[in-house]
Design a protein around this ligand. Structure first.
Ligand code: LMR
Length: 331
């Protein structure tokens, strides 16, 4: 429930069901509301409040309003926040193995990725998170990442040489950028725009919806459609909060989550096209951004240059060979 609406909606809930909210569920995330994660979080809010007859008041906090970046995982374990959907690398301190999803060129396409998430590899990763005292609910998409840059357009792997790349706090992404001679800099998402604007970093990688909604393309000169890696999320809940819910409300959470996940995949697909068109329009109208789409040969050169890092992560304390091969061999 949006904070400014609490009074009116709570009154309506009391009027229609005779019940006031018994539980408050704060859902914190770092992206804009108009992204797949933002929209699905808002859908989940509405649906869970409906299903629970207003017994659970869901409050969504977008754009790092409540917690910045990795901090949310710790806050969730303390039940200071009840729900979040961090991208995989942000679980680095508790389940580094989730960085499987950061490995460049690991997934053939989005269907392959979904089969991995919905199959034994995804289940194993969720179990690892659950073992750390956090309830793992579902995987959500953002999409494949694209490179943006200002110093030099990224067409061949050698173009990355010496460029300062903003990366999430991920050992995989660090290795990926080092493999092409780049200079990786870990930085929270909320600092990327100013980092690019002020030239603290030269380049970055993110899916279209994050680039568009945070206007990264307005502070870069080149955008390369590279689809070189994937960015998605694991939706998680505080175990303490989950255990405080009676069985019927737990069932409501599961149902709202199931519906939100189905919607989320649709939002991710639709927004990617819609927001890429907006970026193209900006590029045409202002002449300030060049968009490059890698050819199959150029993509192959990147694949060769960066996928050689996989063996560095065969150790179970990092990702694990079984998980990497399990993902590659998922049919
Ligand atoms: C990033 O830090 O680039 C992403 O994890 C942000 C997000 O949550 O999509």
């Amino acid at each position: 429930m949006k904070k400014f609406m609490i009074g009116a909606v709570a009154a309506a809930v009391v009027a229609t069901s005779g019940l006031a909210a018994e539980y408050t569920l704060k859902f914190s995330h770092v992206v804009s509301a108009n992204t797949p994660k933002g929209k699905a979080a808002d859908f989940f809010e509405k649906r869970l409040e409906e299903l629970s007859g207003g017994k659970i008041d869901v409050q969504v906090y977008p754009s790092s309003q409540l917690y910045n970046d990795n901090a949310v995982v710790k806050a969730l374990r303390l039940n200071s926040v009840q729900m979040a959907a961090p991208s995989f690398s942000k679980f680095g301190k508790i389940v580094p193995n989730l960085a499987l999803f950061d490995l460049p060129f690991l997934f053939k396409d989005i269907d392959h990725l979904h089969r991995v998430q919905d199959g034994p590899v995804g289940e194993k990763l969720k179990d690892m998170v659950t073992a750390k005292g956090i309830v793992a609910l579902d995987f959500w998409d953002n999409g494949f990442k694209q490179f943006s840059s200002s110093k030099k357009a990224l067409i061949e792997p050698a173009d990355a040489e010496g460029q300062k790349f903003r990366i999430m706090s991920s050992k995989v992404l660090e290795a990926q950028m080092k493999a092409v001679g780049g200079n990786p800099q870990m930085m929270p998402f909320s600092e990327v725009y100013s980092g690019l604007q002020q030239g603290v970093i030269d380049a970055a990688e993110n899916p279209i919806s994050n680039i568009y909604t945070k206007k990264f393309h307005e502070v870069q000169t080149d955008l390369t459609i590279s689809d070189h890696g994937y960015l998605g999320y694991l939706v998680v809940m505080s175990k303490k909060f989950w255990k405080s819910l009676p069985a019927d409300l737990q069932a409501n959470v599961k149902q709202a989550m199931k519906e939100a996940t189905a919607k989320e995949r649709e939002y991710a697909k639709a927004l990617e096209t819609e927001q890429f068109n907006e970026i193209k329009k900006y590029a045409e109208e202002t002449g300030k951004l060049k968009i490059h789409t890698l050819t199959a040969e150029q993509k192959d050169a990147w694949r060769k240059a960066v996928s050689k890092i996989y063996p560095e992560f065969y150790d179970d304390k990092l990702i694990g060979k079984d998980l990497i091969e399990g993902a590659i061999n998922t049919k």
